[in-house]
Design a protein around this ligand. Sequence first.
Ligand SMILES: *Cc1c(COP(=O)(O)O)cnc(C)c1O
Length: 258
Amino acid sequence: MGSAQSRPADPARRAELAANLAEVRKRLAAACERAGRDPATVTLIAVTKTWPASDVGHLAALGVTDFGENRDQEAAPKAVAVRAAGVKVRWHFVGRLQRNKAPSVVRYASVVHSVDSVRLATALAKAAARERREPLDVLVQVSLDGDPSRGGAIAGGPDGLDGLDGAGPDVALDEVLRAVAAAPSLTLRGLMAVAPLRWEPGLAFAQLARLAAQVRARYPEATLLSAGMSGDAEEAIRHGATHVRIGSALLGPRAALL
Ligand SMILES: *Cc1c(COP(=O)(O)O)cnc(C)c1O
């Protein structure tokens, strides 16, 4: 789990994270200012993949409330360790998710950002109905370049919701939205996307914003937009992101290739 040997009371690591957090908060505030947005409308999610539970403790003590992970094998024990240390946080699952991991993820995650198929929505709905008292908040991940190999449901047409454009119905955006909205154990909260490699992030997030507006017209409760990472959070905020997922700018460069 990362090379950092940080212990709960490691003051040097705490100071490093405090400095990074101040810098990130400054960037987000400046982006909100430029976009004419209230900074309170943008939630910072600290993506702690590869970093130890003690870093979650440091950031929580510094005021961070929302944390993201992308692999259940790492996230599940980390969530247990954080809770055992008496630290209360909200976990966001942001990575590709295999259906057989759904029963584990619904035990600790408050939000799953990466639902991109009808079959995954169905597996999560079943697991959430069995394991949870409250519905699970879900964001449907969309593929902006139509390449499903990197995750994301596929929107049909130039910027339309309807039509499959060659993709199977299991990953058609309108079908995935319908499956999530129809499940009593899931709550459709919005969309998530990652800017495609080599795309100008501003173009990617403008396209995402148009899609999000169409989705909101059909599902008024789907108001959240998860977009923007360490390298492109400003562009995402300009285009309406309500949740930015920041890893390396907060925690440092990751040792492991993920
Ligand atoms: C790792 C990850 C992030 C954070 O990326 P950084 O570039 O380190 O900020 C955001 N979203 C997802 C889905 C990730 O897997």
